[in-house]
Ligand binder design. Structure first.
Ligand code: PLP
Length: 379
């Protein structure tokens, strides 16, 4: 049987077919060694391994799995999502020009602004879900266009195929942060993106115990080779233990994503009908402005991330968050446990409504989650 032809659930469950050749174990082993021995003629005992910053077996297994799930020519794992984003931007030359979606994960916007100022790179921030606006922002030579879809915390949907055409016409590569879609629900590379990025801290690891990031490429270009060399030389490499934990987490990724999407759909249906809820942002809702596009661009579900506006303003939203018993009040997303966050507390100056609560739906029983929201919102 062709291992490359198997479906994501099979590929993930079997860690892309990796077994421990030395012991026969069916679980990929951890190799913690930071260096690798040479024989008396100074040849490497294993030609694939010299030093852990360049060659790290658990990272290789993780990258094999991620490239296969993403349909990528190659993947590179990083020690955080932000390290992956920084790697995707660092090759842009001084004096270059980049276009970045507005209203995305605040940490990304903050770092890119500071980076572009330091490097004298022209930065155009635009609502990329608005294609004419994206087109207008790409009306001259550009090096890189960066979009996040669905976006965090607004859940805006950007048309990746159209964005890729616009970026390429401006001479830019398109990088897509697909964290909220996971490698399963959207395939940005198949839609024309050049590089897809994920914070692996989220659903890819899924157990809220590993910080990680990943870039995957549609082709091995000179830009990609530069990103890889810079990662290894500058040392933004994930350690073997984290990579091993991530591989372990990824083996249940399809199962978790399926359940999280089902739960999120039920939770949003409940919220959308609730008298104390002003609005719900989730691409799975027919009323969502990006629903039509998401229905084409996402397969198998609309993700686990949603935001909603509580009627009554800031105090009412904080009261609802405070009353929840099952949703942990914590930042982040994509784990097996459901989380709620009052984003305005975290980023008070970015225009986030004071009554917005962002929710990451986990794999718990959907009825329990809805009961908890019901008592917190008041019937
Ligand atoms: N991209 C998105 C959409 C995120 O939500 C986050 C973190 O919340 C990041 C990137 C950054 O990832 P990390 O925290 O792993 O550095």
């Amino acid at each position: 049987m062709d291992r490359n032809a198997v479906k994501p659930a099979t590929l993930a469950a079997q860690a892309a077919g990796v077994i421990d050749e030395a012991s026969g174990g069916v679980v990929p082993p951890i190799h913690m060694s930071t260096t690798f021995v040479r024989d008396r003629d100074y040849g490497l005992l294993n030609a694939d391994n010299t030093y852990v910053r360049y060659h790290n077996e658990p990272v290789r297994v993780a990258e094999t799995m991620l490239a296969a799930l993403e349909g990528a020519a190659a993947s590179l794992v990083f020690p955080s999502g932000m390290a992956a984003i920084a790697a995707a931007f660092r090759w842009v030359p001084t004096g270059g020009a980049v276009v970045v979606q507005s209203g995305i994960y605040w940490g990304t916007t903050k770092w890119i602004r500071e980076f572009c100022t330091r490097r004298q790179i022209s930065l155009y921030e635009v609502d990329a879900a608005d294609l004419p606006a994206l087109q207008a922002a790409c009306d001259g030579p550009r090096d890189l266009v960066f979009v996040e879809t669905p976006s965090n915390p607004w859940l805006k949907t950007t048309d990746i195929r159209a964005a890729a055409d616009i970026a390429h016409n401006a001479g830019a590569i398109l990088v897509v942060d697909s964290t909220a879609a996971t490698p399963l629900l959207t395939k940005p590379l198949a839609l024309g993106a050049d590089i897809v990025m994920h914070s692996a801290t989220k659903a890819i690891n899924g157990h809220t115990d590993v910080l990680g990031g990943v870039l995957s490429t549609s082709a091995i270009t000179s830009t990609w080779q530069g990103i890889e060399a810079d990662r290894n030389d500058a040392g933004a490499v994930m350690g073997p233990f984290e990579a091993w934990l991530m591989v372990r987490g990824m083996r249940t990724l399809p199962l978790r994503v399926e359940r999280m999407c089902e739960n999120a759909a039920k939770v949003t249906d409940f919220l959308a009908d609730h008298l104390n809820v002003e609005d719900v942002f989730y691409p799975g809702l027919v009323s969502h402005p990006g629903h039509g596009l998401a229905a084409i661009q996402m397969q198998g579900g609309f993700g686990f991330l949603l935001s909603f506006l509580v009627k009554g303003g800031r105090d009412a939203a904080l009261r609802v968050a405070g009353r929840l018993n099952l949703f942990h009040r914590a930042t982040s997303l994509g784990g097996v446990e459901s989380l709620v966050e009052h984003r305005h507390t975290i980023e008070p100056d970015t225009g986030i409504p004071e009554n917005l609560l962002r929710v990451s739906v986990g794999i718990e029983d959907a009825g329990d989650l809805i009961d908890d929201l019901a008592q917190a919102l008041g019937q």
